[in-house]
Design a protein around this ligand. Structure first.
Ligand code: NAP
Length: 301
């Protein structure tokens, strides 16, 4: 039996592990994909206090080393559910059960799909959700990024020096992402903004060969010949496996208080899977610290 089981080894989960270990709690962290979560895909982090510039992968590996040295255990398995058993919780992970007095859910979010035909079929054949991971496959090729948030802007900036041409397609004419990034993009001769436009079809048989676009003001339909499409239309949680115990909001995020408590006493939540306004590296770390300290307090009362 662990004091605290943490689900997810992203920034929020590993920060929670750091604080819980420093409070002498026994800690097990589950991760089903990669240590560090989404931050490993960030080429440069320039908005984390006191770190002027660090790569996402270095940030994640430093945090992992810090947490491992403090004595947290890690299990590389997918959690499939949690149930309550008296005063403690049972976590099921790939047919094996683990128990703990408290749980911190820090399971993050996954890439939202664009929702056009052939999208799933073309993953690995021209459609990607990660410019940092896959950009190099499109050297000197024409590609498009779809989305208007910080991820789409950062993806266009990542791809611009690699690719011949980058179309940035957004359904509105103003961006949700940072103005500073938009200004930078506007100065790049090989990035073309395609605004007020939706992708209506993916063209090609085995591989992506192009896209069809509809301008939602003029209703004009056109196509672009492309080798790659980077989808950056936001993220969504996968919290349904926890919905037997904790309340979710209408978008599937876990409802919580400022103390990262959930509707189930003993279960806490941290990071992007939590219902909140701002999803940044610094807020993920803050959530991790709060959730861990509140879980410690819950056990010590
Ligand atoms: P986001 O901010 O939610 O933006 C998603 C974008 O996709 C929006 O522009 C949205 O358009 C568009 N969109 C959504 N569904 C669509 C659809 N079906 N078809 C076409 N477009 C669609 O998501 P994000 O960019 O992944 O960012 C997520 C969070 O991480 C944000 O809080 C962001 O600030 C943060 N982040 C921060 C950094 C950084 O600090 N540098 C980097 C990356 C991400 P509308 O605008 O019209 O709704």
């Amino acid at each position: 039996m662990y004091d605290i089981i943490i689900i997810g080894a992203g920034t929020a989960g590993m920060t929670a592990a750091l604080y819980a270990r420093r409070a002498s709690k026994t800690v097990l962290v589950f991760e089903k994909e990669n240590i560090g979560g989404q931050i490993v895909y960030a080429q440069n982090i320039e908005n984390y206090p006191a770190l002027k510039n660090i790569s996402g992968s270095l940030f994640a590996s430093e945090l992992f080393e810090q947490v491992e040295a403090l004595g947290a255990d890690f299990e590389f398995r997918a959690v499939t559910g949690i149930r309550k058993n008296g005063d403690f919780f049972i976590v099921n992970a790939e047919k094996k059960d683990f128990s703990a007095k408290s749980i911190i859910i820090a399971s993050g979010v996954k890439h939202r799909r664009l929702g056009v035909d052939k999208e799933e079929q073309f993953i690995g054949g021209g459609v990607s959700y990660c410019a940092v991971c896959d950009g190099a496959f499109f050297k000197n090729k024409d590609v498009a990024v779809v989305g208007g948030g910080n991820t789409a802007l950062a993806d266009a900036i990542t791809l611009q020096p690699i690719c011949k041409k980058v179309y940035l397609i957004h359904r509105r004419d103003t961006f949700r992402g940072e103005e500073k990034l938009v200004e930078y993009i506007k100065k790049q001769p090989n990035i073309e903004l395609v605004l007020n436009s939706n992708i209506t079809a993916l063209l090609g048989e085995t591989f992506l060969e192009g896209i069809q676009i509809k301008n939602n003001k003029t209703r004009k339909i056109s196509s672009l010949i492309l080798s790659g499409l980077f989808v950056a239309v936001g993220q969504e949680p996968s919290n349904h496996i926890f919905s037997n115990l904790v309340a979710l909001d209408e978008n599937g995020f876990i409802s919580s208080s400022e103390s990262c408590t959930t509707s189930c006493p003993g279960i806490f939540v941290a990071g992007d899977c939590r219902a909140k306004e701002v999803r940044q590296l610094s807020t993920a770390a803050a959530d991790g610290a709060i959730a861990a300290l509140c879980a410690c307090k819950y056990q010590d009362i």
